[in-house]
Design a protein around this ligand. Structure first.
Ligand SMILES: Nc1ncnc2c1ncn2[C@@H]1O[C@H](COP(=O)(O)OP(=O)(O)OP(=O)(O)O)[C@@H](O)[C@H]1O
Ligand SMILES: [Mg+2]
Length: 265
């Protein structure tokens, strides 16, 4: 076995995804993410952000290109390496079993992935809930009895249970009220300080991106338009597409420009 490399944690190389109906969702996308870094992906609706995130998380396959973790291909790797990348979605209902109490769901996940005694498992569940600002009361609730913010905290606890090195958050705070959103963002910032974890943060909300990410990528029609330090990109965008994206933010009723690479209009 080779020692952990000093290179990036995640390398995406020439990633391409073409869906069955010839939609080029991701078009030759290449970028790196360093250990401990928080990288945001922004871009209009349909620009390929979720598709990219899902492929990196192993939930979808690429048409071409590579996703490397520590310089080694992710494709076809075992459970240990799959655990390294976890994803939190906008809608936590999708990943929570409505018939299972929150604590039991986390315990079950731990049982699948780790060899722990019942007592160890119980204490690990308590620790995870505590880490996301919840307690035993929440552990004995069903997801439907929790608030949206609490449910998203549960989803984060479940992801953390697998001790990932990379957490992908796809519009993970988009459905929350502004004040709850701020609390969950603060939680994510704290977690990053406490754990050696990196974020890939997909969001259409540039205020959120500014708060949470060190660097950001701008995607348009599946391709990378520009990337850089978040503040530089948002304050001094080099590309006109990024300027349009920034200009579009405060205007209600903005209709995203629909563009598909190579699609005749
Ligand atoms: N399962 C699928 N089958 C066919 N086409 C798909 C599928 N998933 C996504 N697409 C298409 O791929 C393109 C990129 O979609 P994607 O969901 O990655 O965009 P996004 O940037 O996440 O958008 P949003 O901001 O609205 O979430 C879109 O044209 C979309 O219609
Ligand atoms: Mg999306």
């Amino acid at each position: 076995m080779t020692a952990p490399s000093l290179g990036p944690l995640l390398s995406v190389r020439g990633l391409r995804k073409v869906f069955a109906d010839d939609v080029v969702a991701v078009d030759n996308l290449t970028f790196d993410l360093s250990q401990g870094e928080s990288l945001a992906i922004v871009g209009e609706s349909g620009s390929g952000k979720t598709t990219t995130a899902r492929i990196i998380a192993g939930l979808d396959s690429a048409t071409a290109g590579d996703v490397l973790l520590d310089g080694r291909p992710m494709a076809g790797t075992g459970r240990r390496r799959r655990r390294d990348v976890q994803m939190v979605f906008q809608d936590p209902f999708g990943s929570l079993d409505p018939r299972q109490k929150v604590g039991a769901a986390i315990a079950e996940l731990l049982a699948v992935h780790f060899r722990l005694s019942k007592a160890e498992r119980r204490s690990r569940v308590a620790g995870l809930l505590d880490e996301v600002g919840l307690d035993e009361r929440h552990a004995s609730e069903y997801p439907r009895n929790l608030s949206g913010g609490q449910r998203q905290r549960v989803a984060i606890a479940r992801a953390l249970a697998l001790e990932p090195r990379l957490l992908i958050l796809d519009e993970a705070v988009a459905a929350l009220d502004v004040s709850v959103q701020a609390q969950v963002l603060n939680l994510l910032i704290d977690l990053r300080d406490r754990r050696d974890i990196s974020y890939l943060f997909v969001s259409h909300d540039l205020a959120v991106v500014r708060q949470i990410s060190d660097r950001c990528l701008v995607m348009c029609a599946g391709a990378l338009v520009e990337q850089g330090e978040t503040r530089d990109v948002l304050d001094n965008p080099r590309e006109s597409y990024t300027r349009q994206l920034l200009d579009a933010v405060p205007r209600p009723g903005w209709i995203p420009r629909r563009r598909q690479a190579g699609t005749p209009s």
